[in-house]
Design a protein around this ligand. Structure first.
Ligand code: HEM
Length: 419
């Protein structure tokens, strides 16, 4: 027991308000002040250990030590964690369900197909909306990504329902960090998407909707659990949402990519003069530099000791994603946007962790990293080569205390024309 007292404690008795106020820098500012990569505090009166850095990420992701069950506050869980879905499973059951996602999301041909579909939708959105005076990159990308994801998955939106579905998916992403009415509203909207998804799964299973066997919605609809049973349609629907919602969420990174191009114009020149090899380093730096999820949370499944602390079963732990991506021991000049750093990056999966850490074969969870990178690259190619636009005066600031962070104006473009 004594060993549990050795790590420092944050000054506040309960850090809930400080976390809401400080957002992305909450964990790292305390680690810096306390001179420790881990500290104890309380959030919503529950004891929690916060930790940051590559070594902490290694401990968090290796050896099935953590479960995600009961690790997120309910208001986040209902919008992002999808009850009954892959996120809530552990060990063999988790690995079995996860195969569905790996089959759909890591196949290079499937990724290329999604990227092409996205480019087609981008051209369509610009053709239909481009004549208007100004268009926000965030809105344009959310629309193109949602439509592309649904088409690619095999469940394209009917025109009359597209706006509602896109609004529901966007609300899940944009309100996960809020508390109160906007969060409750998003939860209500989510129930409509779940009903729509359940209907699609039932249509596929009953043959009313005929789609290719390798379309993601068909893979989900036909997946059987470890006991050989098809997933209940409501859970299959939740897994379908589990690919549509995060694909739309890539819009946040793309809006930040547009901001990076605006603030570092030499990259626009590089991409216009080919620069194909530079797309990956640029997209990686967007994921490292700009904020998305501040932390991931887990509860200890397999007790262990690390850094003078005993992590007991069910202890609540938060790993600092943003702080690790900005850790000066890992990244030279972490506060500068420098895609060059990724030209010959070693690929250590516990250092660049915007979508969680860990190596694919030993505990990494987000299966959407390749897709995220491919979509950011596609969008950067589109913004720099396919179209020309001007950037009208607007408020491009973003706050590290709003979750998720986004430029206030959502990045407005005007005078959009084909290049
Ligand atoms: C916008 C970019 C994205 C970000 C910032 C992101 C971030 C994350 C994070 C932090 C987790 C939790 C990791 C953990 O618990 O350790 C996660 C899990 C997950 N993500 Fe992503 N993700 C993104 C894109 C995607 C995409 C494009 C897809 C699919 C098309 C996807 C599908 C999933 C799934 C299914 C899980 C749960 C996996 C599991 O529990 O095993 N994500 N993501």
């Amino acid at each position: 027991m004594a060993v549990r007292q050795t790590i420092p404690r944050a000054r506040e008795f309960d850090s809930s308000l400080a976390f809401l106020r400080e957002g992305y820098t909450f964990v790292s500012s305390r680690c810096d002040a306390l001179g420790s990569d881990l500290f104890r505090t309380r959030i919503m009166m529950s004891p929690v250990v916060c930790m940051r850095g590559a070594e902490a990420a290694g401990r968090f992701y290796e050896g099935d030590r953590f479960t995600r069950k009961r690790a997120m506050p309910p208001h986040v869980l209902w919008l992002l964690q999808d009850q009954g879905s892959v996120q809530t499973l552990d060990a063999e059951e988790h690995r079995h369900r996860k195969r569905v996602f790996l089959r759909m999301l890591l196949d290079p041909e499937a990724i290329a197909r999604l990227a092409r579909t996205f480019r087609g939708e981008l051209n369509r959105v610009v053709r239909s909306d481009g004549a208007h005076s100004a268009l926000s990159v965030q809105d344009m990308m959310q629309e193109a990504l949602a439509r592309a994801a649904a088409l690619w998955a095999g469940v394209p939106f009917a025109e009359e329902e597209a706006a509602a579905r896109m609004r529901e998916l966007a609300a899940m992403v944009e309100n996960a960090g809020s508390i109160g009415p906007s969060n409750w509203g998003a939860i209500l909207l989510r129930q409509r998407t779940e009903r729509w998804g359940k209907g699609k799964i039932e249509d596929i299973r009953d043959g009313r909707l005929s789609i290719a066997d390798d379309a993601p919605a068909a893979i989900i609809a036909s997946h059987r659990d470890l006991g050989g049973e098809l997933l209940p349609a409501s859970i299959a629907a939740v897994e379908l949402i589990n690919i549509l919602r995060p694909t739309l969420a890539v819009a946040n990174f793309i809006t930040f990519a547009a901001l990076a191009l605006h603030e570092h114009t030499r990259w626009v020149e590089i991409f216009r003069e080919d620069g194909h090899d530079e797309l990956r380093p640029f997209a990686q730096e967007v994921r490292r530099y700009y904020p998305f999820f501040p932390v991931v949370a887990g509860r200890v499944r397999k007790p262990f000791d690390w850094s003078g602390h005993h992590f007991a079963a069910r202890d609540w732990v938060m790993l600092d994603l943003y702080g690790t991506n900005h850790d000066g021991r890992i990244w030279e000049e972490p506060g500068s946007f420098r895609p060059e750093r990724f030209r010959d990056w070693s690929g250590d999966a516990n250092t660049l962790i915007p979508q969680g850490g860990g190596f694919a074969d030993t505990g990494h969870r987000c299966p959407g990293e390749e897709i995220t990178l491919a979509l950011i690259e596609e969008a950067v190619g589109f913004l720099t080569r396919d179209i020309r636009y001007s950037v009208p005066p607007q408020d491009l600031d973003f706050s590290l205390s709003s979750l998720p962070a986004l430029p206030k104006s959502r990045f407005l473009m005007a005078d959009i024309a084909p290049a």
